[in-house]
Write a protein that binds this ligand. Sequence first.
Ligand code: 4UV
Length: 518
Amino acid sequence: MTIYTSTFPDVELTDKTVTQRVFEGIDPDMAILIDGPSGREVTGAQFIGGVKSLAGGLTARNWGAGKVLALMAPNIPEYCMVFHASAWAGGTVTTINPTYTAHEVNHQLKDADADVLVTIAMFADTAKEAIKGTDVTEIVIIGDAPEGMVPLSELMGPPMEEQCPVDVVDHVVALPYSSGTTGLPKGVMLTHQNLVVNIDQSLVPADVGEKELTVAFLPFFHIYGLQVLQNIYLAGGGGLVTMPRFDLEMYLKLVCDYKTARLWIVPPVALALAKHPLVDSYDLSHVIQINSAAAPLGADVAEAMGQRLGTSATQGYGMTELSPVSHISPYGKGKPGASGVNISNTESRIVNPETLEDMAPGEDGELWVRGPQVMKGYLNNPQATAETIVEDGWLRTGDIAHFDEDGYLYITDRLKELVKYKGFQVAPAELEAELLTHPAIADAAVIGKPDDEAGELPMAFVVAAPGQSAPTLEEVQAYLEDRLAHYKQVRVLEAVDEIPKSASGKILRRFLRDRIGA
Ligand code: 4UV
């Protein structure tokens, strides 16, 4: 067995909850959360007071200890308050993409067994539709609530001064959804200890400066935004300027106004920073580090962005199931094309996915990761858990990679089904299931088609039902519109006579990728 270890000192496992850990880093007098569009500020003291008071209110309504709170909101300061109030009160937060359709929200509410849904007025209609047939009886609205819904302000109760006691090793505090290596999106059970240790592991090399601000446009519902921005910045003594949705001009303006040292981005934003004419109108010379993750960053784009902004682009690697960070490029020590080195307490192997034997150093194979940040498992899915976390606690990532002689990780391919559209997860199995409900489609398969801007586009191969002609791309898009969020939409379609499958009925995606030269 060839195990790649970390060169960083181990961090200690503690019995702190994630909110206790985050509170430790907070300066009460600093504006730690700033709403980007309005400039509204929340100080550390206001944040802590708000979390405790909301935790009291959640507990009074029986939405605290042991309960699941579904949070479906864009990045606004209250997002962080709701997340930590639930954690402080002993609850679990399942994070929902606010661009989801009612159909998708309904599925997650049921799967996660949510007790209450917190959202904003803009999504009230979706929320109302989505709670039908679920255990959620009330919708809480951040801001002014439409009739029949509860305004968040009404929940502010007498403060709960102490953390509700929980077993930090076992209690699931966050339940984001990920499809992992195969199948439909699943609830990823992350414990307090998972999140706390990943904060501490990341802060060893990540070097967030005291009182340092960054602009948080990466959505908090995804683990990258939730942990790297929300929790690591706050625990590290920094703060966030929140953006409810990405807009390049506003992003550049906020980065300049708040003189943020570090940018946390995904590859499509790197492309914009490298190529978009708007960038020339802003002085970004104060930026010292740009870190991209969540999807492969092309070498040309990284180089062009670095040159234009006068800094180098580095990459990190992670996965929802890893809380999410396992590899980071230490500040000033990135390598072109590399996704970083093992962080503290983290081991990696490169394994032949067929024979399960370790590959020779430098050779490509499946990346396996072990460390205290590995999830507890998938919710209500012991089989998927057992297929993903194998003996001795190794997590199979489904990514193909190798290490160089200095211990830097290079992701070179993806073994798993997952499609990444602008860094967002699109699960082929989910699209295939929806496509199969179309009356003119007899069979379907979805893969990612390489694309310069989005990274990959969801591409569908469809077989027409007997006696019918296959639907066109436009027809399929119109059909899926009410069922799937915009980013999961099929962008390319090809009608075929049959879907290539193995003897056991598994779609042979490699054949389809070869067919389009991907
Ligand atoms: O589960 P997920 O959607 O999770 C993420 C998390 C990425 C993060 C977050 C915080 C970090 O500090 C950090 O370094 C990375 O995206 O998707 C996981 C899959 O995304 C692909 C890969 O296929 C993972 O299994 N991916 C993530 N990072 C990279 C990547 C990368 N640097 N290069 C290529 N693919």
